[in-house]
Design a protein around this ligand. Structure first.
Ligand SMILES: Nc1ncnc2c1ncn2[C@@H]1O[C@H](COP(=O)(O)OP(=O)(O)OP(=O)(O)O)[C@@H](O)[C@H]1O
Length: 130
């Protein structure tokens, strides 16, 4: 079903996108790990007074992980619709999608190391000397 590119059509597109987003967050257990982790990372960035570049990299990295998880959830839903019995192609597709989430998550951990190390060290040093 195609939405026309009118203001009403765009509104409908956003409505459908938010419906999908909310459904995925409510039903996919992995978001119970990703969302608290993202909240913790953002809170630490506020405390450490991240500059604009650090914020941009942090938000981009969080977006990468959440986007990978959303595509993984979409693929799991389609695979349930296609075949709920054992299917080797569905298995491979879901394993690859899980691999994508793993790569995004490991990338986020590595990026976090670079982002937080120096501001944390400055914060720690000034807290220790005061
Ligand atoms: N129809 C199927 N045929 C074969 N293997 C499947 C099928 N459905 C799921 N699997 C296997 O089970 C694994 C987990 O798939 P599932 O859709 O249950 O995700 P999940 O356990 O909810 O994981 P996630 O935490 O990523 O949502 C897949 O990676 C795949 O190896």
């Amino acid at each position: 079903m195609k939405n026309k590119l009118t203001p009403r059509g765009w509104l409908r597109k956003f409505e459908l996108a938010f419906t999908g987003l909310l459904w995925a967050v409510r039903t996919e257990g992995s978001f119970r790990v990703h969302l608290p982790a993202a909240t913790l990372a953002i809170s630490a960035a506020v405390v450490l007074s991240f500059d604009a570049v650090r914020w941009a990299v942090l938000l981009g990295t969080i977006g990468l992980v959440l986007t990978a998880e959303l595509f993984n959830t979409a693929l799991e839903t389609v695979s349930d619709a296609i075949d709920q019995e054992h299917n080797q192609y569905i298995k491979l597709a879901l394993d690859v999608a899980s691999g994508a989430v793993l790569v995004a998550s490991l990338t986020a951990i590595a990026v976090a190391g670079f982002l937080y190390w120096q501001p944390f060290w400055s914060w720690w040093s000034s807290a220790a000397t005061s």
